[in-house]
Write a protein that binds this ligand. Structure first.
Ligand SMILES: Cc1cc2nc3c(=O)[nH]c(=O)nc-3n(C[C@H](O)[C@H](O)[C@H](O)COP(=O)(O)OP(=O)(O)OC[C@H]3O[C@@H](n4cnc5c(N)ncnc54)[C@H](O)[C@@H]3O)c2cc1C
Length: 402
């Protein structure tokens, strides 16, 4: 199982900060002695001081519960019930300034966006360094975190781009397989911060053939998910300018992703909070809405929650766990339900000229996002379609679905 390199880093969060845990699946009766409120949806909301977070997490796990959302409750960040959003203050050096640890990356970074350094006719042949599973026991499907060595070539990329992978062998017409694109899940510096690797987050495609009912496995995703460390991989690219991060260090970055749609967001969050750069010191606000079927499918969970704990004024994490959580109507909890739930704050944020919204994941998710945003805009008598056009024109609405 993929483990976090963030764990064990010292925390700069003051010990008197309060957090609200949303917990599902607690054993019946176990909530009697807890400082919490139980909702009709089955979710239990608990207020926990930072100093007791670890103990409470362990206690919840012992009682069969799963934490599905953690929201900071403090003077700077309004709780989910409050409707007015004040932008996060620029932190003093003593507070939880993002990126205060890790290596320093210098200004010499090439500001130009690299495109198609390697083309399909002459791909870069990289080695697979690691291939680790991301779905915990009991979750649905196979999703792997893969890292490839780039040290022998010139492949450079920036956060939000994709690379192509050419699977070996031929298709049913005897022709070499075409490349498949995958969003890059690492920052330009790679997981080791040596500027020598690229990482992907790949789900094995598996579906029932509509006529024969046979199980079909995708060619490239199956190849990647089963790749052994040490194996050669044909890589093309990078490509893509749609999902690039703004240079503005005080921007608000709203991310809405399902499943492997987390890949570019992992890269953004690493750049914002994990790495240290001379020319990029994120002081804005990032909010990730992450939709998955089960809590075991929360990819990179440990690391996401660690960032949330360490940077509560700058990062907010909201899960929509469709098979475990219920929306207010008693149906499955999808991203659009979380958007509606947070409509007032989201609407306030989206109107700020330095707010960028990113959507990534399966194609079907856009309809739901529009539904949620229409409801949010409708509360303020605004036509969402018109407003979305304006955001697109201003290059503040970024979509990559597949
Ligand atoms: C910009 C971009 C970024 C992407 N990023 C990622 C990423 O980060 N992670 C990731 O895992 N994937 C990502 N993808 C998807 C990826 O490129 C591949 O499409 C995916 O891995 C499937 O490829 P495959 O070779 O395994 O499947 P293939 O063997 O090519 O099979 C795919 C084909 O199967 C058929 N098919 C699929 N589902 C069904 C169904 N339910 N019923 C009937 N037929 C079906 C369709 O004809 C489809 O074209 C991205 C795609 C794009 C365009």
């Amino acid at each position: 199982m993929y483990t976090s390199s963030l764990m064990g880093r010292s925390s700069s969060v003051s010990s008197n900060r309060l957090f609200q845990f949303e917990v599902v699946g607690l054993n019946p009766g176990s909530t009697a002695n807890m400082n919490c409120s139980v909702r009709r949806s089955g979710s239990v909301f608990m207020t926990v001081p930072y100093s007791r977070m670890n103990q409470e997490m362990k206690r919840i796990a012992r009682l069969g519960g799963k934490i599905v959302n953690i929201v900071p409750l403090n003077a700077d960040t309004p709780s989910r019930k409050e409707s007015v959003w004040e932008p996060a203050p620029i932190p003093s050096p003593a507070s939880s300034t993002p990126g205060t640890e890790g290596k320093v990356h210098k200004k010499s970074e090439d500001q130009k966006i690299p495109i198609n350094i390697y083309r399909p006719k002459d791909p870069y042949i990289g080695k697979c360094l690691s291939n680790e599973k991301l779905v915990a026991e009991g979750g649905s499907g196979i999703v792997q975190h893969l890292t490839f060595d780039l040290s022998e070539g010139d492949l450079k990329y920036v956060e939000g781009q994709s690379i192509g992978i050419i699977p070996p062998g031929t298709d049913d017409k005897g022709k070499p397989h075409k490349l498949r694109l995958y969003s890059i899940a690492s920052t330009r510096h790679g997981d080791e911060e040596e500027d020598k690797t690229v990482s992907l987050c790949v789900r094995q495609l598996e579906y029932k053939h509509p006529e024969t009912e046979e199980t079909v496995y995708g060619v490239c995703s199956t190849y990647l998910c089963n790749l052994e460390p040490g194996a050669d991989v044909a890589i093309t690219g990078p490509v893509g300018k749609e999902m690039l991060l703004p240079d503005d260090e005080e921007a608000t970055v709203i991310m809405m992703g399902t499943g492997t749609g987390i890949a570019p967001f992992r890269a953004y969050l690493w750049r914002m909070f994990k790495e240290k750069h001379e020319d990029y010191n994120f002081r804005g606000f990032a909010w990730l809405f992450f939709g998955i079927p089960y809590s075991q499918n929360i990819l990179y969970r440990e690391e996401l929650e660690k960032i949330q704990q360490e940077h509560p004024d700058h990062f907010r994490l909201t899960y929509a766990i469709s098979r475990e959580q219920k929306n207010p109507e008693g149906g499955k909890m999808y991203i659009q339900d979380r958007i509606k739930e947070n409509a007032d704050e989201l609407w306030e944020l989206i109107q700020k000229p330095n707010t960028h919204t990113y959507i990534c994941g399966l194609k079907g998710m856009e309809g739901g996002i529009d539904e949620g945003m229409s409801a949010a805009a409708g509360k303020f008598d605004v036509d969402w379609k018109d407003y979305q056009k304006k955001l697109k024109k201003e290059h503040r609405w970024h979509v990559e679905t597949y």
